[in-house]
Design a protein around this ligand. Structure first.
Ligand code: C2E
Ligand code: MG
Ligand code: MG
Length: 654
């Protein structure tokens, strides 16, 4: 704005100055011309006229003289008179007036002898003031007598008129010049004004366009919430920084940040608080960002930082540790105090990629590893992650096909009551059969499916398949047992199978008690309210709900208190370690006691040996699952071995 004002002012000053200068020069020129005319031209003109008249007069005088010579001896003055008149009379075309051309003749009577008395040249006044008098040369008669015949007066009226004409012409010319100057001045002024107006409107237009462009650029290139560059600007700047680092032979680090459990903040406190948190996170991260590094909001709760021209990886460690530490103090938001952490994945140019998309992808991959490592930490990309990436891509494509072509399978593993020896329930475990007859186990693809979102379709398939199998067992006349399926935390999202669970049961004419769900204990980390609500509906309907791998998560005991549960499954790691570790045995005992205290079924997983089984008994855990009893089996084998037609379930081994 001030720039505009300045330039406008400047233009005004310039215009005024140049107009005044222009006018001044005009006045000076006119004054000089008038001065010159008055003191130089006019006298010269008068002189000129006079001398011309003089020349004229003398030539007339000579002519008259010759006339005289021709009339020797005669005094027919009228002839002379007429011929002179003829010579001198001219007509002024402008007035139509007859004038004697510039001269007045007067006979010098004194010079004539008496017989010339008759001579009368009455052609003009002789008492003319200012007249130019030219005397004809002295005429020498043949008899040797010298006489002057005529005095010739240049006509003052004539040269006066002549000068007047010139003056008039000059005045007209000057008026013309003045008019031209005035017209030029007015025109130039108008022109200047038009130019100024155009300039103003141009300046305004340019300013408007610039600010519109700036606004557009701001919207297109910057994240409106955090004011950080958005992913589009990031991509543009990324290539430039990459080129620069390449030229300088320096390293470039791509840091991919993802906030841990941000969704929970949104769900618990609402989106406004979520937005306020993102703003503060951006602020804190910006504070530790070096001037020449680029921090951008990549989308949602993801941020990307590009550190260019690095000499040492250690520089990255320092910055990322500072950023992670920056998350330690709680975020004070309007009406809420929130603690949040971030997981960071880092890829390095040139080792981990040569172009922005590859570096971003690898940093993203490393970020997932950081999440898997327990969050609130950072991980550098490694080539082994690249193999994982290739594998996960393969899984993504082929799992989709397997699902579409119904080529997945459910295996069933019994859960046995050690006191009665009965198979009371079983766990449904997914298998992905390959063309070579081998199965890919869920440990190798469930996590990937969770990341790609395919888990929703898988869970849906598992729930339907488990119900179909139970229905089939019933139709085949088997006594069925409860089948527990595994669900993932993603299934608690809106589209998750949990919300169609009861309908699926109904469709297969099953009771809610015929099926159970196993959930991971850290399911509570993401949106606990939603989880509790969904599970309560199932639990109230009679669905058996147990926590899987109990004791390895973060909120074990707390989840016992909060969740609507029917059972817990002691993680196999405790069972495996128990023979050699008193601590693990104590944990098994504590879990069993706690579970039973809450009135829950307690199952020990991963029982592989008799010793494992006896340790389970020792700690009071009387339901076991594991290869010692049976490996997971296909539906018909499981029915064959553990379900008896019309009878109680067959006793388990041991
Ligand atoms: P989990 O729910 O804890 O399942 C138990 C796992 O332990 C199964 O592995 C089972 O085969 C294995 N297992 C059984 N007995 C023994 C034993 O004596 N020793 C040892 N070392 N392992 C034993 P699996 O089938 O590979 O499943 C691995 C995990 O994959 C499961 O752990 C479960 O978390 C997940 N999973 C399996 N099926 C599904 C499914 O249908 N949906 C989802 N979301 N997850 C599934
Ligand atoms: Mg399980
Ligand atoms: Mg388990």
């Amino acid at each position: 704005m001030s720039k505009q004002f300045l330039s406008r002012n400047f233009l005004n000053t310039v215009d005024l100055k140049s107009s005044l200068l222009f006018l001044g020069i005009g006045v000076v020129i006119i004054s000089m011309t008038l001065w010159n005319w008055h003191y130089d031209v006019k006298p010269r003109l008068v002189n000129e006229a006079q001398s011309n008249t003089r020349v004229l007069a003398s030539s007339y005088a000579r002519a008259i003289e010759s006339q005289f010579q021709n009339v020797t001896g005669k005094t027919d003055v009228s002839v002379i008179h007429n011929s002179i008149n003829e010579m001198l009379l001219i007509n002024d075309p402008s007035t139509g007036e007859n004038l004697y051309y510039g001269v007045t003749l007067e006979v010098d009577y004194d010079a004539f002898p008496a017989d010339y008395d008759l001579v009368n040249f009455n052609v003009g006044a002789t008492d003319c003031k200012d007249c130019i008098i030219t005397e004809n040369p002295i005429y020498k008669k043949t008899n040797g007598e010298l006489i002057a015949i005529l005095k010739i007066y240049a006509n003052p009226v004539f040269y006066q008129r002549l000068v007047d004409d010139i003056v008039n012409d000059l005045a007209i010319m000057m008026i013309g010049v003045i008019l031209v100057l005035v017209v030029a001045w007015v025109t130039s002024n108008r022109l200047m004004q038009r130019i100024r107006e155009r300039e103003h409107s141009l300046v305004y237009e340019i300013a408007e366009r610039k600010s519109a462009e700036e606004r557009l650029h701001q919207v297109a290139a910057y994240d409106q919430l955090t004011n950080l560059p958005n992913r589009y600007l990031l991509q543009a700047d990324f290539s430039r920084k990459l080129e620069e680092s390449g030229r300088n032979g320096a390293m470039l680090a791509t840091l991919f940040f993802d906030l841990d459990n941000f969704k929970e903040v949104n769900d618990t406190h609402g989106h406004e608080i979520g937005d306020a948190l993102l703003k503060q996170v951006a602020q804190r991260m910006s504070e530790v960002t070096r001037n020449y590094d680029l921090l951008a909001r990549f989308g949602g709760d993801e941020f990307v930082m590009i550190m260019s021209n690095l000499d040492d990886r250690l520089d990255v460690n320092q910055v990322v540790e500072k950023i992670i530490a920056g998350f330690e103090p709680a975020f004070e938001l309007p009406g809420a105090t929130v603690h949040i952490t971030t997981s960071v994945g880092i890829s390095i140019f040139p080792e981990d990629g040569n172009d922005p998309s590859e570096l971003l992808k690898n940093a993203d991959l490393a970020m997932y590893r950081a999440k898997a490592e327990g969050r609130n930490c950072y991980q550098f990309f490694s080539s082994e992650m690249n193999l994982e990436l290739q594998y996960s891509r393969w899984v993504e494509t082929n799992l989709r096909k397997a699902l579409d072509e119904n080529r997945l399978a459910l295996y069933f593993q019994p859960q046995v009551n050690l006191e009665t020896g009965d198979v009371e329930s079983c766990e449904a475990l997914i298998r992905w059969p390959q063309e070579d007859g081998e199965n890919i186990n869920p440990g190798d693809f469930i996590k990937i499916a969770e990341r790609t979102g395919q888990i929703l379709d898988i869970s849906n398939w598992v729930a339907n398949e488990a119900c179909r199998v139970i229905q089939q067992w019933t139709e085949q006349g088997y006594d069925t047992v409860r089948v527990d399926i595994n669900l993932s935390s993603k299934d608690f999202a809106n589209r998750g199978v949990l919300y169609k669970f009861l309908q699926i049961l109904q469709r297969h004419h099953l009771k809610a008690s015929q099926i159970g769900v196993e959930i991971a204990e850290n399911i509570m980390l993401e949106s606990p309210d939603q989880v509790i609500k969904a599970l309560s509906v199932l639990h109230n309907a009679g669905v058996h709900i147990s926590i899987d791998d109990f004791g390895t998560g973060y909120s074990s005991l707390n989840s016992l208190k909060q969740l609507p549960l029917s059972g817990i499954k002691i993680d196999e790691s405790f069972v495996h370690e128990a023979p050699n570790s008193k601590n693990d045995l104590v944990i098994m005992q504590a879990i069993t006691l706690a579970g039973q205290g809450f009135g829950l079924d307690v199952v020990a997983e991963g029982v592989e040996t008799e010793w494992h089984q006896s340790l389970c008994k020792e700690v009071g855990c009387n339901t076991i699952q594991g290869n010692y009893v049976s490996q997971p089996l296909p539906a018909d084998e499981f029915a064959e071995q553990y379900l008896k037609k019309g009878k109680l379930a067959r006793k388990a081994r041991g």
